[in-house]
Design a binder for this molecule. Structure first.
Ligand SMILES: Cc1cc2nc3c(=O)[nH]c(=O)nc-3n(C[C@H](O)[C@H](O)[C@H](O)COP(=O)(O)OP(=O)(O)OC[C@H]3O[C@@H](n4cnc5c(N)ncnc54)[C@H](O)[C@@H]3O)c2cc1C
Length: 535
């Protein structure tokens, strides 16, 4: 996987006062500058003011019934849900092509999964487990929707798209891989579906867009939504967008607008407002939102600049206060829970802690750079992967030999090579070995089957880098994916899907589901489309 490095947002010096512009009557909200040029200095002015665009400035009006903003997973599925329910759908996307992050998408109890021999899960237990993992911060109705409807979504996809378009799909079984999920804190129920044997979701992305186009969904690329248009009653009637020629176009939607604009991880002011300081600092410096886009063209403006979230808030929605995120280990023996040490040479966590949810622990280490080291002995011990990978397969998949690593005959020598204090690292390894030999990790409570003393040289140190992928938080929605205002009343004509929807994950990323963020994005996106079409 190649990681395209980003030009981070360089925010200007002059700030604008934060101003909610809910309920402006009869026009596009007005303000001092187009939002894409919005200056912002810090957390206080993350919202800014809506751009001063007027319908009179629009060179064209394009009419549809349902307008979807953003063409990634939530947007594709929203378009599908609306189209399947009879609506005339238009999609606008600021990038020059579609993309979807990740490898799997989660669904529950689809016929497709049951036929593949996977267990049927109890939706009540599953929804409550999701709720618990979000520290009771998710909206249970959103969990329940996924538990009750995602299976149907996969089965519909299979009939309408996967089989007719010969799109690869394979329900993944995690049965037996995690003998004790309470200790191996990662996805452990068999909800994930892969859409490629070897690749990420690139094929799926391109094929679903081909399918949508064949079904009459028109997508305008290089077209950036700037502001929602509301009528005098506050109803959302469309969007003013900038097209590829830099002209303003009014996309008018008779039934509703579905905002699927994804992450705000590239917006410095929003990151500082909605995340703790060290975490925001680390995330901004290690944002890998474009990591899976491969050769897909990426616009010269940030696709994850949070403009969609601000558009929603200008129209009267409220951001959730506690925000979640997705991150991942991107170098080293990912998911193999060898001893991990920080830049002081000290152990700092149970290495089995979910890959998905441990980034904040790593970002909290001295230096806050998201870099830690795996210390590995030379022996025949087959360290199991907490993600169920086979070691040989993982070595090939991660192109492991290309990852930065060092080897030495002694721990002290190894420490010198990677710039750690030799005495501290030696003491850390001695303590770790003591725990391994006793068969109980009384310091960090790692499961016994992962305990292997580091006592056979040569010893290796593998650099493990954590990168930030995206934000997973947004505005409050009801069970029709209608966006709610501060009084929890629906803003007529306004829907959301994917990472603009708030109250799904709590403070990090619950780890029960395999492809959980894609799972919620797919199902909620589809249901937003269904609701808008049937409105
Ligand atoms: C590198 C990476 C790996 C990941 N791996 C996994 C995984 O393995 N499993 C998993 O479940 N999840 C994974 N995720 C997360 C997952 O991809 C997303 O959370 C999920 O797909 C939600 O997508 P979305 O459609 O809401 O948003 P996004 O994928 O962020 O898409 C938003 C779209 O909206 C467009 N857009 C934004 N603003 C505008 C605007 N103003 N006008 C027009 N268009 C706009 C953007 O260009 C983009 O195409 C990963 C994410 C990344 C970045």
């Amino acid at each position: 996987m190649s990681i395209s490095r980003r030009n981070f947002l360089k925010l200007g010096a002059a700030g604008t006062a934060a101003a909610g512009l809910a309920g402006l009557a009869g026009c596009v909200p007005s303000g001092p500058a187009p939002s894409s040029e919005l200056p912002a200095t810090g957390a206080d002015d993350w919202l800014g003011t809506a751009p001063s665009l007027s319908l009179d400035d629009c060179v064209q009006t394009i009419e549809c019934e349902v307008l979807v903003v953003g063409s990634a997973l939530a947007g594709s599925m929203a378009a599908y849900g609306a189209m399947r329910n009879g609506a005339a759908v238009t999609v606008i996307e600021r990038n020059a092509s579609p993309h979807i992050g990740g490898m799997t998408i989660s669904f529950l109890n689809a016929q497709t999964q049951l036929e593949a021999g996977l267990p049927k899960y109890d939706p009540v237990e599953t929804a409550n487990a999701m709720f618990n993992l979000t520290q009771y911060r998710s909206d249970m109705r959103l969990n329940a929707l996924w538990c009750e409807r995602s299976g149907e979504v996969l089965d519909n996809l299979r009939t309408d798209f996967l089989e007719p378009y010969q799109q690869y799909y394979a329900p993944i079984s995690l049965e037996g891989i995690f003998p004790d999920p309470s200790q191996e804190i990662t996805s452990y129920i068999s909800t994930g579906v892969a859409f490629s044997e070897t690749d990420i979701l690139t094929d799926f992305t391109h094929n679903i867009h081909r399918f949508l186009e064949d079904k009459g969904v028109k997508t305008y690329y290089r077209t950036k939504a700037e502001v929602l248009v509301q009528d005098e009653s506050g109803r959302v009637t469309g969007v003013v967008a900038t097209n590829e020629n830099g002209e303003s176009v009014y996309f008018k939607a008779a039934k509703g607008v579905i905002m699927c604009t994804g992450s705000f991880g590239g917006n410095e002011a929003m990151m500082r407002r909605f995340y703790p300081e060290h975490f925001a600092e680390w995330a901004l410096a290690n944002n890998a939102y474009e990591a899976y886009m491969g050769e897909d063209p990426v616009t010269d403006t940030e696709m994850d600049d949070g403009l969609g979230h601000r558009m929603l808030c200008w129209a009267g929605a409220e951001m959730e206060e506690i925000c979640s995120w997705a991150a991942w280990q991107t170098t080293g023996w990912r998911s193999f829970p060898y001893l991990l040490v920080n830049s002081k040479g000290e152990r700092f966590m149970n290495e089995c802690t979910s890959l998905l949810t441990s980034a904040h622990i790593v970002a909290d280490q001295p230096g806050h750079d998201g870099v830690v080291w795996q210390i590995i002995p030379t022996n025949d011990f087959e360290m199991p992967s907490s993600f169920g990978y086979d070691r040989a397969m993982a070595a090939e998949m991660f192109k492991i030999e290309e990852n930065e690593h060092y080897e030495a005959d002694s721990i002290a020598e190894l420490a010198e090579m990677i710039g750690l204090d030799p005495d501290t690292l030696t003491a850390t390894v001695e303590r770790y070995n003591e725990l391994c030999n006793a068969g109980a990790d009384t310091d960090y409570m790692k499961a016994t089957r992962y305990l292997d003393p580091i006592d056979d040289g040569p010893f290796q140190a593998w650099k493990m880098q954590y990168l930030f992928y995206c934000t997973l938080s947004g505005v409050r929605c009801n069970d029709k994916l209608q966006v709610l205002d501060a009084n929890h009343d629906p803003i007529p004509g306004l829907y959301a899907g994917g990472n603009t929807v708030g109250y799904r994950f709590g403070a990090s990323y619950e780890s029960l589901l395999h492809g959980g963020s894609n799972g919620l994005a797919a199902t909620h996106g589809y249901l937003a489309g269904e609701s808008a079409a049937l409105a």
